[in-house]
Design a protein around this ligand. Structure first.
Ligand code: CA
Length: 698
């Protein structure tokens, strides 16, 4: 591993804390669960909100753990989440209790000082609903306010629990249960409303966000992010003008625009900022063939949270063509730009540009690439629109485009330290071959992205890379950069001790010097980390905690180089560290990597090819391309003889539904399942031969 330095920050406009601390970031003594108070921001001791404060800076002012003593940081306690899938939750800490969500939307309440369990709430998500989850059955966290805990469930419910007992107060189905919507994002509470979005654009849905009364679950308002069927009346006036930016028959495929993660509230301006997702299907050539910006795809919306009416919007990727969601975490900060104090909104969406906007008006201030970008040359400073490059056009010619659909940055939270003035950004270089497939609707069992999956999986792609980047949002350039062994690493925490904490795929949890990027503390675990850490204090002791558990959208790409999940079973757990902590790091059983003897291949080459086609459209998102899995779910080449014997029952009848493998009985028949099985057997024999050749060479 290496650290790349891009120079030193000579212009730290935020050297004076007061110059950077807006109303939304002020520390107050008010109780953090008083969600009605407009002044509530960070608490010195708790981590009450998703990004700690209203600005979602993911900055903890706590400085007990700092550069002088971080060597003494050790494990205080660990808590077993009892899970084997991806863990993306930010643990919320209020009044000494940690509330953390796990895969399948299960909520755990834990004593934040000791790790002792308090209660567990399992919403009992129908495992069959996993068939709609593009990117693992993850949950990014709860919201806690007024003695209630709110969580969204994979099957589209919003649930309110009693914070003390974990008992159900109310729940509401926020999505049509028979449509492929999911919820993985954390709700946000604004005054007396709780707001939740959803996901599912990859399976063709229409995005929206909804506000509910926190006490009763009664719907207050709903904002659709894309217009519906033009022959019907619009649901709210903003959709009239949005309609003019679409062509063709987009509504038949839903249009997309799912708001599946980022929401930030500015109490001073009374604005709720919502990040909107990509178009469905992905290629605009198919979705809106006559062109158009396709509002409000890939936009940042500023809504009045009392009414749900739009105040302003800014579209990062007009006429999205690449799955360039703008749902990535946003940070509200006050920065001095060209001698002027500006209330800004910071976002590094998937499209690879780091944006600074005026959050009062949506005015574009600046944008520069934070990762490899070839789809656009730059953002026009006059119009705030990207200038697209020929390299990003794939209507007629397949192209390898940077960034790919996993984004230059995904949901993994970035952090802003007002003392250094830097944003700490988990970035990556993950390109994809984009191959337009206008015929996909005519092909039974085709995937619903509008791309040709077979071409994608056979493409030779440049190596994927992952980074932690310290970004100066005023100068719009990287200050230092740390490169990881692989991509798809954790979210970030910045602290008043001028430390930056981040976990990674390799199971390491690391502290960096916020100014220099020097790696100054590290601990090794056996569970990969993707979630962002939090920090809080109890009885005068500062804790740094992170939920570990590898998974999420990164599993779509198959094997992740250097990931600890390739060697150990993926056991979800919370790890909490403090100075002098001396608990032993928990370990997980090593993975059995002995390849069982695959069954004999009895199918024809034609059947194997058909099996590959079906695998590439149904199985790939979880089990990995070319049957090489990231191990979050099993690598099918390693199936036991017992599992081979019931292969069709697993695929068609839900024989392993309790383990999270949904039935594809409604989409596939016996011949389909047999063809997929033949392809899996073929790939198992290939691996066996490779291993044999390797052994012979040694
Ligand atoms: Ca997407």
């Amino acid at each position: 591993m290496s650290i790349y330095k891009y120079g030193t920050c000579f212009l730290c406009v935020c050297a004076l804390l007061s110059a950077c601390t807006g109303e939304s970031e002020k520390t107050t003594d008010q109780p953090v669960n008083d969600a009605r108070s407009p002044a509530v921001g960070t608490s010195d001791t708790d981590w009450p909100l998703h990004g700690n404060d209203f600005g979602e800076t993911r900055f903890s002012p706590l400085d007990q753990v700092n550069k002088s003593n971080v060597d003494d940081l050790g494990l205080a306690w660990s808590y077993d989440l009892g899970s084997t899938r991806g863990v993306e939750a930010t643990p919320i800490v209020v009044g000494g209790v940690m509330y953390v969500s796990a895969p399948w939307s299960v909520v755990h309440a834990v004593n934040a000082k000791t790790g002792a369990p308090l209660w567990v709430y399992d919403p009992k998500v129908d495992r069959q609903h996993a068939i709609y989850a593009c990117c693992d059955v993850v949950n990014r966290g709860v919201a806690v306010a007024d003695g209630r805990v709110f969580v969204g469930t994979v099957d589209g419910r919003l649930v309110a629990l009693d914070a003390k007992s974990g008992s159900l107060l109310w729940e509401v189905q926020t999505t049509p249960p028979d449509q492929p919507y999911t919820i993985t994002g954390a709700p946000r509470v604004i005054k007396d409303k709780v707001v939740i979005g959803n996901g599912g654009a990859e399976l063709l849905v229409r995005g929206y966000i909804t506000a509910y009364d926190t006490a009763t679950g009664t719907q207050a308002w709903r904002f659709y992010t894309v217009p519906g069927d033009p022959s019907k009346p619009v649901e709210h006036p903003e959709l009239e003008s949005a309609m003019a930016t679409w062509t063709g028959e987009w509504w038949k495929d839903g249009g997309g625009g799912t708001a599946w993660d980022s929401m930030v509230y500015d109490p001073e301006l009374n604005l709720l900022y919502v990040g909107v997702g990509n178009g469905a299907p992905w290629p605009r050539y198919q979705r809106s063939p006559g062109g158009g910006d396709n509002l409000f795809l890939c936009s940042i919306l500023a809504l009045n949270p009392d009414t749900g009416r739009l105040v302003w919007h800014y579209q990062t990727t007009p006429g999205d063509n690449w799955d360039y969601t703008s749902v990535q975490p946003m940070i509200l900060a006050d920065l001095k730009i060209n001698g002027e104090e500006r209330k800004v909104l910071l976002q590094a969406p998937k499209n690879g540009f780091f944006y600074v906007l005026d959050r009062t008006s949506g005015e574009f201030i600046s944008a520069q690439p934070y990762t490899t970008v070839n789809w656009a040359t730059h953002i026009d400073p006059e119009t705030g629109r990207p200038v697209e490059a020929p390299a990003g056009q794939y209507a007629e010619k397949d192209r390898i485009i940077y960034p790919g659909p996993l984004g230059g940055h995904n949901w993994q939270g970035m952090a802003f330290n007002p003392n250094t003035g830097y944003v700490y950004l988990p970035a990556q270089d993950v390109p994809l071959l984009y191959a337009n497939d206008p015929q996909w609707r005519e092909q039974p069992g085709a995937w619903r992205l509008g791309l040709d999956g077979a071409k994608l999986f056979d493409a030779e792609l440049p190596e994927y890379k992952g980074y932690l980047v310290a970004w100066d949002p005023v100068a719009q350039k990287a200050v230092w950069r740390h490169e990881f062994a692989g991509y798809w690493n954790g979210g970030v925490l910045a602290t008043g001790g001028d430390l930056v904490f981040q976990g990674s795929a390799d199971g390491l949890f690391t502290a960096y010097d916020a100014m220099s990027g020097d790696q100054i503390w590290q601990v090794a675990g056996t569970t990969g980390i993707i979630a962002p850490p939090t920090s809080y204090a109890i009885d005068g002791e500062q804790y740094v905690a992170v939920a570990a558990g590898y998974g999420g959208g990164g599993i779509n790409g198959g094997i992740i180089e250097g990931a600890v999940i390739n060697r150990y079973l993926n056991q979800g757990r919370v790890l909490a560290f403090k100075l002098g902590g001396a608990a032993p790091m928990p370990t997980s059983p090593p993975r059995n990597l002995t390849l069982p003897e695959p069954p004999q291949q009895t199918a024809s080459a034609e059947t194997v090819a058909q099996g590959k086609y079906l695998y590439d459209h149904h199985c790939w998102p979880c089990h990995g391309s070319n049957v090489a899995s990231s191990w979050v779910v099993p690598d099918l080449r390693y199936l036991s003889a017992e599992r081979h014997a019931i292969f069709n029952d697993i695929v068609l009848k839900g024989a392993l539904l309790p383990l999270g493998m949904p039935s594809f009985g409604a989409e596939l028949d016996d011949a389909d399942a047999e063809a997929i099985h033949a392809y899996v057997i073929e790939k198992a024999h290939e691996l066996k031969a490779e291993q044999g050749a390797l052994a012979a060479a040694e």
